[in-house]
Design a protein around this ligand. Structure first.
Ligand code: FAD
Length: 398
C-alpha cells in the first residue's frame, strides 16, 4: 500500500493518521478535511469554550513528524472504487486523488429545524465562538432539545446570566439516550439552575426571533440553539457502491463493504461509522469521543493487513449543571435496572443488568463507580445485584 487518504479531519481523522504512522506505514498520506482548522477536540465546545475558559482545542500532534499532506478547507465530494485490485479515486474540491487505502472519517453534522430564522448549532469551534458572543446577561436563550448538548449549553448560558428555556419534544430530558425513567431523574437539575424546561413540546419551525410550535404556540427568543441530534456525513458517498445504513457500514475490523462484500482497502471510523459489535451482536453507531479516539488504531491495523477488531463497550461523559455524568456500556436489550443511591443526593448511579452481568452504568458525580463498572462491563464479569444497589459498597465482582 503506497498511498492512503484520510477523508475528514476531526479526532478520528487525526488518530487514523497517527495510528497509520505508528504502525509503520511509510507511504504517502493525505488528510482532506472540510474545516480550515487543524483537527481539534469538540467536547469543550459546549463546555470550556462556550464558557470563555478556552479558545483553542487543537489536538496536540507533531504534523511534521507525521509527514502528512494536509488539505484543509477542502471536502471529499465523491468516491470511485476500482473493481479489481482495490484502491480508487477520491473526488475532492482540491481535485481527484487516487488512493490504495481510504479512511472515511467525515463525522456527523447537526440536524437543523425548518424555517429561515437564525438558529445556532454547536458542532464546530466557529459555531461555539459565535454563540459565545451572544450569551450575554439577560439574553433570552431558547434551546431546542434536552439532550447532552442542550443540557451543556443550558448550563453555560444560565451561568452567564441568560434567561434560558429548554424545549424538548419528549416527556423528559435524555429520553432517547437513557429512557424516560432515568431521563426524568435529571429534570430537577434544570429548575435548580434557574433554567425553564418545557417537555412534550414539538417545534414546527424557527422564525426571526421566535419558534413556532406544532400546537400553534410561539416562543420568542433572542437566540435559538438547536441540539436535536446529528446525521453522519455520508451524502458524498452516494453512487460509490459502499454500503451505507445511516452511517458507513463496517464490520468488526472496521472494513467497509460494497454490495455486502468487504473492501479491505476502505475503513471507516468515528461518528460516521456504523460498526458491527461482536460484544452486542448488533450494529452500533456511537457518536462519542472515546470511539473516535480508539477505533482508528483498529482501522489502521486493518488497512495495513493486520488482524484487528474493535470491540469496546461505549463510553461517554457530559458535564451538566455542575455534575459529571458518565455512561459506559449499552443497555438497549438489558433485563432490568438497579438504582444505586438516591437521585436527590449529590452522587448516584443507575446500572442495567442481564442476569448477573452488568450491561451498562450511568453515574452522576461517582467517577469511581464508573471506572470500576467499566472494567466489569468490559470483562463481562458477574456482579452481585444486591451489592450494586448499595452505594456504600464498591462496584465489584460477585
Ligand atoms: P468529527 O469531529 O465530526 O470530524 C469530522 C470532520 O470531517 C469535520 O471536521 C468535518 O468538517 C469533516 N468533513 C465532513 N464532511 C467532509 C467531507 N465530505 N470531506 C472532508 N471533510 C469532511 N463526546 C463525548 O464522549 N463526551 C462529550 O462530552 C462530548 N461533547 C461534545 C460536545 C460537542 C459540542 C460536540 C459537537 C460533540 C461532543 N462529543 C462528546 C462527541 C465527540 O466530539 C464526537 O464523537 C467526535 O468529535 C467524533 O469525531 P469524528 O472525527 O468522528 O467526527
Amino acid at each position: 500500500m503506497d498511498r492512503v487518504i484520510v477523508a475528514g479531519g476531526g479526532l478520528a481523522g487525526v488518530r487514523a493518521v497517527e495510528a497509520l504512522r505508528g504502525k509503520g506505514f511509510e507511504g504517502a498520506l493525505t488528510l482532506v478535511s472540510a474545516e480550515r482548522h487543524r483537527p481539534y477536540d469538540r467536547p469543550p465546545l459546549s463546555k470550556a469554550v462556550l464558557a470563555g475558559d478556552s479558545d483553542d482545542t487543537t489536538v496536540d500532534t507533531d504534523w511534521a513528524a507525521l509527514d502528512v499532506e494536509l488539505l484543509l478547507g477542502d471536502r471529499a465530494t465523491g468516491l470511485t472504487l476500482a473493481a479489481a485490485g482495490g484502491g480508487g479515486v477520491l473526488a475532492t474540491t482540491a481535485g481527484e486523488l487516487p488512493f490504495d487505502g481510504l479512511v472515511i472519517a467525515t463525522g456527523a453534522a447537526p440536524v437543523t429545524l425548518p424555517g429561515d430564522g437564525r438558529q445556532h448549532v454547536v458542532r464546530t469551534i466557529d459555531d461555539s465562538l459565535a454563540l459565545r458572543e451572544r450569551l450575554v446577561e439577560g439574553a433570552r436563550v431558547v434551546i431546542v432539545g434536552a439532550g447532552w448538548i442542550g443540557a451543556e449549553v443550558a448550563t453555560t448560558a444560565a451561568r452567564k446570566g441568560c434567561a434560558v428555556t429548554v424545549v424538548e419534544a419528549a416527556d423528559t430530558p435524555l429520553a432517547h439516550a437513557l429512557g424516560p425513567e432515568v431521563g426524568a431523574l435529571t429534570a430537577p437539575w434544570y429548575a435548580e439552575a434557574g433554567v425553564g424546561l418545557r417537555t412534550g413540546v414539538k417545534v414546527a419551525s424557527v422564525g426571526d426571533g421566535h419558534l413556532l410550535l406544532a400546537d400553534g404556540g410561539r416562543i420568542d427568543a433572542d437566540e435559538i440553539v438547536v441540539g436535536v441530534g446529528v446525521r453522519p456525513e455520508v451524502a458524498w458517498l452516494e453512487g460509490s457502491g459502499l454500503d451505507v445504513e445511516r452511517g458507513v457500514v463496517v464490520d468488526a475490523s472496521l472494513r467497509a463493504h460494497a454490495g455486502g462484500a468487504a473492501r479491505p482497502d476502505v475503513v471507516a471510523v468515528g461518528d460516521v461509522a456504523a460498526w458491527w459489535s461482536e460484544r452486542y451482536r448488533r450494529r452500533l453507531l456511537v457518536e462519542h469521543w472515546d470511539t473516535a479516539l480508539n477505533a482508528p488504531e483498529v482501522a489502521a491495523a486493518t488497512l495495513l493487513g493486520q488482524d484487528a477488531a474493535y470491540d469496546a463497550a461505549p463510553y461517554f461523559w457530559s458535564e451538566q449543571f455542575g455534575r459529571m455524568v458518565q455512561y459506559a456500556g449499552f443497555h438497549a436489550a438489558s433485563e432490568r435496572m438497579v438504582r444505586r443511591g438516591d437521585p436527590a443526593d449529590r452522587g448516584w448511579a443507575v446500572a442495567w443488568l442481564t442476569g448477573d452481568r452488568l450491561d451498562a452504568i450511568l453515574t452522576v458525580d461517582r467517577p469511581r463507580d464508573l471506572v470500576q463498572a467499566r472494567r466489569l462491563i468490559a470483562a463481562g464479569t458477574p456482579v452481585d445485584p444486591g451489592a450494586l444497589a448499595d452505594p456504600d459498597v464498591p462496584v465489584r465482582q460477585a
